[in-house]
Design a protein around this ligand. Sequence first.
Ligand code: F6R
Length: 234
Amino acid sequence: MKVIVTKDKYAGGKATFDIFAEALKQGAKVLGLATGSTPLTFYQEVVTSSLDFSDVISINLDEYVGLAPDNPQSYHYFMQKHLFDAKPFKACYLPDGLTQDPATFCQQYDQLMLDHPIDVQLLGIGQNGHIAFNEPGTPFNLGTHEVQLTESTIKANARFFNEISEVPKTAICMGIKNIMAAKKIVLLAFGTEKAHAVKQLVEGTITEAIPATVLQRHHDVTVICDEAAAAELK
Ligand code: F6R
């Protein structure tokens, strides 16, 4: 696992941009993308760049159950606003939060990733060590699935909603098996509140209790964190 420590989230966004730009230059055609506040400085770099995604497919990590794509709190809306409006892709896939048949949808999403293996997967990390919405205790061998969000994740994400009661309780997300199948993984973490999770991710014992620790088993992971998030590293 390679760790790059940057001064702040802006330098982190630039460092991430450089990795993705190089991967595209080398022929990457399928990008795994994330939402949340962490990738914003990266997406900002992308939208102001000359990079062209018209031949690239994106596959997002997750979506809340019950939110329509035009709901401003949905991850569809987030991606449209922060990336796809400015940078059209050949095709963009996100889990369908309104599916009436989550089990079949999850199988189809797994198949999508078998048909289009992810070249570079972007990740954030939760304070509790979650990646996508794979919460502590999630088996490492799960594919795409519907997940019950923990109280701590609901609290952390309440900042994007008017009230905590509006935060959906479930989501559909890629499993750890899908994430580990990506050829290259870039995980971003900014701010003091991520310092403990970053320490566990890089130096902790591999355990399902801290899902991100599984990344120690992947052969090509780069962690980009700012000085605050790196503060607990040895
Ligand atoms: C988002 C996602 C989540 C976030 C994580 C950190 O698609 O899968 O795992 O990466 O919750 O969120 P932020 O970046 O808002 O701190």
